[in-house]
Every structure is written in structure tokens, then in C-alpha cells.
Design a protein around this ligand. Structure first.
Ligand code: SF4
Length: 467
């Protein structure tokens, strides 16, 4: 038993039974819900006369549809208002904790749970949202699920799942100035492919991750799903414990010491056996930007957009589709690409440290004429803390708009949308066709610091030139 990964340990401890199908019935410690994927699940429960089994293990917030400029109710968008009311009614009638707008705790589901200490090592966490993998930064096994699975968890607090393999991704060395956690994960996805992680949990290990803050680890784990992995995690360590101590839902007093001892025991054993191991050198990673229509179509800022002959036969159709959609020239540098919109926010890069780092590059500079630039804090707490530090003033003085918390233009289910074929420099996680609210809109993914550099120059720029 001394050769197990954290994934194996968490899986074994949460196994209720092995089902006749061969799948595992897995107990879910924490279920996070939001307005988009829960209304139908609650309706299915009502249809079957079922109740939420563990309301105390269920936590709700509203994030995807909330306007970030004017949050007056009823919302102007009737469908958004309907979703909001459904969540309000469903959480009230089932006695579920709900962080509504104005509560001081509302925000993107993957931002609020960690900041309140709800996310802890050794847990199983599920949420009807792909980027649930974020919570793996704490050494939790966190799974994005679909609406029918949201129903299953509401009704039974369990999920039927097939066990994953584990790939250890080791990155060693120090990141160069201007290179961030976002660049690390974009680099990993670029190298392993958007389907490289299918069937796997990713364990991030090595000195680069050991040196990262919890917020940086969250950025990495958040995008595991973009590399095809069902979840990603970092083994809990002192950085994890320091982050958690004193948070609202963290254990206290004697319970704290017991919890730390248990969390430490959940980390992968030194002799753990992995299904695969991949190693990268941090020194090889430069500020990374996507040029195409998947997060795997990325390149270093100094590189040229790959030409067709550099792709395998199998990858060429997607490359051709990307050239056509993005209207970018193969063989030309990504640096210098003109930008229309700059978005800083999302569950990948909408936390306080993201805004602090971005603000360092903003100070004393101005957004280029004709560029719309805006900052959307990931939660009401992030917004309040940023304002207490005067970050809002730094951004607005430079010509950025400063908004209320929500998902905003990551998915554009609210009024924040690209127009026509505008190009956006975005700190979010998906550059799929139409992702930011226009069916022809184009998205370049990058770190918040790189978004600032693009906003100032009006074009894709190497942030290291601003250092
Ligand atoms: S910020 Fe984007 S990826 Fe994250 S939960 Fe919201 S819509 Fe999903």
C-alpha cells in the first residue's frame, strides 16, 4: 500500500461499491452548483419525487449569466432572469447554501470555493462545469459533470465513474520573468495535445509547481480539462496548508492539526507507480499565446504561426480550419497581431494575484486608442480586496473598465460579447469558434500580463519588453 498516488488513495476512500457495469460508485464530498446546469437537474429530481440527499454538502453560486456592469433585477435578459430565479427557488426549497449577488461571497464557482476554504485536500468534488479541475490544486479529485450527473449527485451524493489512469507531469526549474502558470499549462497542452489526457488524471509535480502559489496552481489545474484530462492535481504541501489556514470552512484548533496530518498522508507516495510520466524544463517555456481554435494550437511569443507542412497528416484539417477562421497567416509572427478587445478575468486568471500582477504592467501606461479593455474580478471578495489595494484605480486610470464579478466574456452568456470578427486577447481558457459571444469572434489565450501588454500596444506583444 505504499506505492499509491493521491488519486488512488482518494478514489479508494470514496468508493461506495463496484457496480455490475465495472464502474465505481464514488461518494462526492462537495457538490458545487450554479445557475446554468442545475435547473434541469432539480426539475428531474422533482419529476421523480426525490429530495436533495445532502443539502449541507451542496453549495450554490451564480456566475455565468450575471451582467458585470448593471446587476439591477430583473435582469434585462429574460432567460438569465429565469435561470437566476430557478436557482434562488431551488436552493431555498432545498435548504442549500447560496451565495447570491451582493452577499459578498458571490463569484465564479471555481473562485469562491477555494477562497472560502470549502475546497480541501483529499476530497472528491463535483460541479456541472468543465473547469472543476481547478480544485485539484489542493490535492482534491475534482470532476466536471453533465446535467444528468448533477441530478445523480443531488439525489445520491454519488457518481458512477470509470477509474482513470494517472500521468505524472513533472516540470522542473525556475520560470523566467514574464512567464507565468498560464504559460506553463498552455505549453503542456501544446506539447501533449488537447486529447493527450483523455482517460487520465494529471498529477503536476516537480520544482516548478512546488514553487507556485495556490492561485498559480489553480490556473494550471483549471486547464487540465483543455488537455483532455478529466482532472488534474498537485499534492498538498505547506503552501496548501498556509493558504487554507484561517479560511471560513477550514478546520480550526485541534481539528486543524488532525486535518493537516491526514492531508499529508493523502499525498502520492514517493514510490507511487504512474501509468505515464512526462517531463518538461521550465527554462524552455516563454510567454505563450494561442493562434488557433483549440487551446493546443499555441506558440511561444517569439515563434511564427506554424505552416501546414509542420503538422502531421491527421492534424492538418484542424490547422486549415484554424487558418481560415482566425484569418491569420501561417509562417507569420503572432507578435504584432492587432487586437480589438482585452479581457482579464475568468476562473483561470480572475483571482487577486492575477489582477495584482496585471496591474504592475498597467501603472503609468494607457490602453491603446480603439482597444476596449476590461477587468472582471473572479468574485465579490476578489473585487473588494483589489479595490482595497487601489487596483481598480490603476486599471481605470489607464483606460480599462472595472466590472462586477462573474464569468463575463470567458463564455459570453451575459452581455459581454465580441462583435463580428473582433480579435480578443483573453486571460480565459477556451478559444473555440464563437466562444466569446460572436460566431466569427476570434480569441487569443494568454496570461493576464500578456493581455495588459496587448492592451497597451494594441497588438500582441511580448510582456518581457515591459519589464
Ligand atoms: S469563467 Fe469561463 S470556464 Fe470558468 S466557470 Fe465561468 S464560463 Fe466556465
Amino acid at each position: 500500500m505504499s506505492e499509491r498516488t493521491l488519486f488512488d488513495k482518494v478514489w479508494d476512500l470514496h468508493t461506495v461499491k463496484v457496480l455490475p457495469s465495472g464502474q465505481t460508485q464514488l461518494f462526492i464530498g462537495l457538490h458545487l452548483i450554479h445557475e446554468v446546469t442545475s435547473p434541469q437537474a432539480f426539475a428531474m429530481l422533482r419529476d421523480r419525487g426525490l429530495k436533495v440527499l445532502y443539502p449541507e454538502r451542496t453549495v450554490a453560486t451564480v456566475d455565468h449569466i450575471v451582467p458585470t456592469d448593471n446587476q439591477t433585477r430583473p435582469f434585462q435578459d429574460g432567460l438569465a432572469e429565469e435561470m437566476m430565479q430557478a436557482l434562488e427557488n431551488n436552493t431555498q426549497s432545498n435548504q442549500i447554501r447560496f451565495y447570491n449577488i451582493g452577499s459578498g461571497n458571490q463569484g465564479i464557482v471555481h473562485v469562491i470555493a477555494p477562497e472560502q476554504g470549502l475546497t480541501q485536500p483529499g476530497m472528491t468534488i463535483a460541479c456541472g462545469d468543465s473547469h472543476t479541475s481547478t480544485h485539484g490544486a489542493f490535492g482534491a479529485i475534482a470532476l466536471g459533470i453533465g446535467t444528468s450527473q448533477v441530478r445523480d449527485v443531488l439525489a445520491s451524493q454519488t457518481l458512477a465513474l470509470s477509474k482513470l489512469k494517472v500521468r505524472k507531469i513533472e516540470v522542473n526549474g525556475q520560470l523566467a520573468p514574464g512567464v507565468y502558470a498560464k504559460d506553463v499549462i498552455l505549453h503542456i497542452i501544446r506539447k501533449l495535445g488537447v486529447n493527450g489526457g483523455v482517460g487520465y488524471a494529471y498529477e503536476y509535480a516537480g520544482s516548478t509547481f512546488a514553487a507556485m502559489t495556490m492561485e498559480e496552481r489553480m490556473t494550471v489545474c483549471n486547464m487540465s480539462i483543455e488537455g483532455g484530462a478529466r482532472c488534474g492535481y498537485v499534492n498538498p504541501d505547506q503552501v496548501t496548508f498556509d493558504y487554507l489556514q484561517g479560511r471560513d470552512f477550514a478546520p480550526q484548533g485541534a481539528d486543524w492539526d488532525k486535518a493537516v496530518a491526514w492531508w499529508q498522508s493523502m499525498a502520492s507516495d514517493a514510490s507511487a507507480v504512474y501509468d505515464d510520466v512526462v517531463t518538461f524544463n521550465a527554462a524552455e517555456i516563454e510567454p505563450t499565446v494561442t493562434w488557433g481554435i483549440t487551446p493546443g494550437q499555441g506558440l511561444g511569443i517569439s515563434e511564427a504561426i506554424p505552416t501546414l507542412d509542420s503538422f502531421t497528416e491527421g492534424d492538418r484539417p484542424l490547422a486549415k480550419e484554424a487558418y481560415q477562421y482566425m484569418k491569420l497567416q501561417p509562417g507569420s509572427l503572432i507578435k504584432g497581431t492587432k487586437i480589438d478587445v482585452c479581457f482579464i478575468g475568468s476562473c483561470t486568471n480572475g483571482r487577486l494575484s492575477d489582477l495584482q500582477e496585471a496591474a504592475k504592467f498597467v501603472q503609468g501606461r494607457q490602453v491603446a486608442p480603439g482597444v476596449k479593455a476590461f477587468v472582471v474580478p473572479g468574485s465579490e471578495r476578489v473585487k473588494a480586496e483589489a479595490e482595497a489595494q487601489g487596483l481598480d484605480k490603476i486599471f481605470t486610470a489607464a483606460g480599462f473598465e472595472w466590472r462586477d464579478a462573474g464569468c463575463s466574456m470567458c463564455l459570453a452568456m451575459n452581455p459581454d460579447k465580441l462583435q463580428g470578427d473582433q480579435i480578443s486577447a483573453s486571460s480565459s481558457n477556451r478559444n473555440f469558434k464563437g466562444r466569446q459571444g460572436s460566431s466569427t469572434g476570434r480569441t487569443l489565450l494568454m496570461s493576464p500580463a500578456m493581455v495588459v501588454a496587448a492592451a497597451i500596444a494594441g497588438q500582441v506583444t511580448d510582456v518581457r519588453e515591459l519589464l
